[in-house]
Design a protein around this ligand. Structure first.
Ligand code: IVH
Length: 668
């Protein structure tokens, strides 16, 4: 390759990698596999080595990626949090092994461990008590997520026994078990919220939530794999891990001491398939030199230790033909494209469909009709298309174009600003939306109508008996009994259950209405704050955002819901049917309204109360705790170590800072 070609290729690779970085770290929605990403990165590294004249400090090869979020206080790591070099084959592993042999010129052992696929965390303990939990961030400093990590039941808040160093640091991976991940996505689907692509994104997204009681509900777990700085003072990594387990950390039982590469390969071979039986996602094996002295001799490169390597499992891939793209309309009207494929065997199952997520992904894959595509089953439950093979494309093949009309009711689709999904706006006339809304309305956590399942809803809809939820309360026994598979008993059970649903409290009724973004928790908060449906319908958008956990997006969606006359009619008919539209004890949890109308940002750490406690104190006194500073912020409750970007913003918007004591006086 000549200089000119190299310059162009380097620029192309940098731009492509930046785009993938953005999709991975910012949008949490990667479109290529880690493997494909690594290949691009390696190609760029190689070219930069060959043509050092094109060096650029902003090149993607110079950074490890960052998960930093300015809502959290930044903490500098005592020891940088590096990443690992990846290998994908036995040959590459052999190179690693030979390099170690050459550099050490002595006998050594490896420790093989599973590489957990979550998000890394560094914990520090002072005199046995958890002091801080910090994310990797950019490797140098990360986000202080202590309050969130303290909710993870398997992480000790206090070390066990009495043999631990005064200052102790340990690193591990926070994961979301598959079971929890599936349940979370099920709930998100029910609430019309976007789904997490895989357990890793779900774990890192959860750790960055600003409300730790929400984190607690998500049942995260953690596995620990390293004690930087050797605070336990052992000679080997193995002994450190055994001791870490004794002081209370979860250390995988599946680690193994290996003498030589052959034993390492045996371990890899075993876990390549055995990992599918584990309750959490793993994406490889980490191979580490056991002796800490030898680790020291081997040292580090700028990005990773020389004494360890990650062997990444290859996500199983298969090549097949794209037959067509179909479009599914969900309860909220969101239109999801699905690829129909020539059936192909992948990771033991016959795959004939792959998710395409949204129009942007179709465009970035540059899919054409009839393309030969590479499908992959990685950490995701549903396989995805990784790339289209353009060399096999028919010259006249047409690009796949996202539909412009709803496939069910022909209404032109709309795309909301800042969202990737297209929606069918005809929510009161589009069959899957109507049926989906009825199914949601009758579900257990909503009105809990016994005896009505999706098949019966379909029958009721097909027979013209129910067109919207209020019609349910007009049903008569003589209309139900002639339906297929419906006996007298079942009909009676449904009617009794509908009758009982008149006692369902307002917060659940509000959830049952299926307003976009109004899930169970939001419905509870709204119901507690407004007291009845009429007040909710009349409340201006700005006032809605002063309610606990209600941001602009939810407020706008609520407002929109009440602007639609068809929705008002449904509510009126449900009221006539005796459904409950008010809370019995409005604002029962409020202690005072001393902070009514104030929106307060908490930043930094505090002497007397935790951030969570302060948050509760704001809310029970009628105020709103918001996470980011805007011109609408009334005060910043500022503790120590307030993030510099927040401080700058507060100054430029002239928002007053108050101390913990000022605040306590305000609510006295
Ligand atoms: S050792 C210097 N061991 O993989 C880094 N890492 O790409 C030493 N990971 O950031 C890391 N399981 O988040 C190590 N058993 C394990 C691991 C593991 C998962 C993650 C970790 C790290 C990333 C490296």
């Amino acid at each position: 390759m000549d200089r000119e070609e190299a310059a162009k290729k380097i620029a192309d690779l940098r731009a492509t990698l930046e785009e993938h970085n953005y999709r991975y770290y910012v949008l949490s929605s990667p479109v290529i596999s880690d493997y494909a990403y690594d290949l691009l990165m390696k190609e760029l590294e190689q070219l930069e080595k060959e043509f050092p004249e094109f060096d650029d400090p902003a090149s993607p090869t110079r950074r490890v990626g960052s998960d930093r979020n300015e809502e959290f206080v930044q903490v500098k790591h005592r020891y940088p949090m590096l990443s690992l070099a990846n290998v994908y084959s036995a040959e590459e592993l052999l190179d690693f092994d030979q390099r170690i042999r050459k550099d050490l010129e002595a006998d050594f052992q490896y420790v093989c461990e599973l590489k957990f696929d979550g998000t890394s965390i560094s914990l520090t303990y002072k005199n046995g008590l958890m002091e801080k939990a910090v994310t990797r961030g950019d490797g140098e400093s990360g986000d202080d997520v202590t309050a969130n990590v303290k909710t993870i039941a398997s992480i000790p808040l206090r070390l066990r026994g009495d043999h631990y160093p005064e200052d102790f640091e340990i690193r591990g991976e926070i994961v979301m078990p598959f079971r929890v991940f599936e349940e979370l996505n099920r709930q998100r689907e029910e609430n019309g919220e976007p789904l997490f692509a895989n357990p890793r994104n779900a774990a890192s997204g959860t750790l960055k939530l600003l409300n730790s009681s929400e984190v607690a509900k998500r049942k995260l777990d953690a596995w620990f794999y390293m004690t930087p700085g050797n605070p336990l003072g052992n000679q080997t990594h193995w002994d450190n891990l055994q001791e870490a387990a004794k002081v209370g950390f979860k250390v995988s039982k599946n680690i193994r001491l290996c003498n030589g590469l052959e034993e390492v390969l045996e371990y890899l071979h075993h876990w390549e398939t055995a990992r599918f039986d584990l309750p959490v996602a793993t994406d490889g094996v980490v191979i580490k030199v056991n002796s800490l002295k030898q680790q020291e001799i081997l040292g580090f490169t700028a990005k990773s230790p020389r004494w360890a390597v990650a062997y990444k499992f290859k996500a199983e891939q298969a090549s097949t033909t794209l037959l067509s793209v179909s479009y599914q309309v969900g309860r909220t009207g969101a239109v999801t494209p699905v690829a129909n494929l020539e059936p192909v065997l992948l990771a033991g199952t016959r795959v004939k469909r792959a998710s395409l997520h949204n129009a942007d992904i179709i465009a970035s894959l540059d899919l054409h009709e009839g393309d030969t595509v590479l499908v992959e089953k990685g950490g995701e439950i549903i396989p995805k298309i990784v790339e289209a093979d353009t060399s096999l494309r028919h010259p006249l093949a047409q690009p796949v174009r996202f539909i412009t009309k709803c496939p069910e009711c022909q209404t032109p689709l709309v795309r909301l600003e800042g969202e990737a999904a297209f929606y069918c706006p005809n929510d009161t006339g589009c069959p899957p939306q109507i049926k989906g809304k009825i199914e949601h309305f009758i579900s257990r956590k909503a009105m809990n109508i016994d005896g009505l399942g999706s098949e019966t809803v379909d029958l009721l809809y097909q027979n013209g008996l129910v067109r919207q939820v209020a019609d349910l309360y007009q049903l008569k026994k003589e209309q139900l009994t002639p339906l297929e598979r419906m006996g007298e008993k079942s009909a009676e059970r449904i009617l009794k259950s509908l009758e009982d649903s008149r006692k369902v409290p307002f917060s659940r009724v509000l959830f049952a209405l299926g307003i976009r973004y109004v899930g169970e928790t939001v419905a509870k908060n709204l119901a507690a704050a407004v007291g009845n449906i009429d007040r909710l319908g009349q409340m201006p958008q700005e006032e809605l955002t002063t309610i606990n956990e209600i941001g602009d997006k939810i407020a706008e969606s609520v407002k929109e819901y009440f602007q639609n006359p068809a929705h008002l009619e449904i509510i009126a008919r449900l009221k006539d049917a005796g459904i409950c539209f008010e809370t019995e004890t409005t604002d029962a949890e409020l202690k005072s309204d001393k902070l009514a109308g104030l929106s307060i940002v908490i930043s930094g750490t505090f002497a007397k109360h935790s951030r969570d406690e302060l948050k509760v104190m704001i809310e029970v006194n009628g105020g709103k705790n918001v996470s980011s500073i805007s011109k609408n912020t009334s005060y910043i409750l500022a503790g120590e170590n307030m993030g510099p970007s927040k401080l700058d913003k507060a100054r430029s918007l002239k928002i007053p800072l108050i101390s913990e004591d000022d605040f306590l006086k305000m609510i006295e």
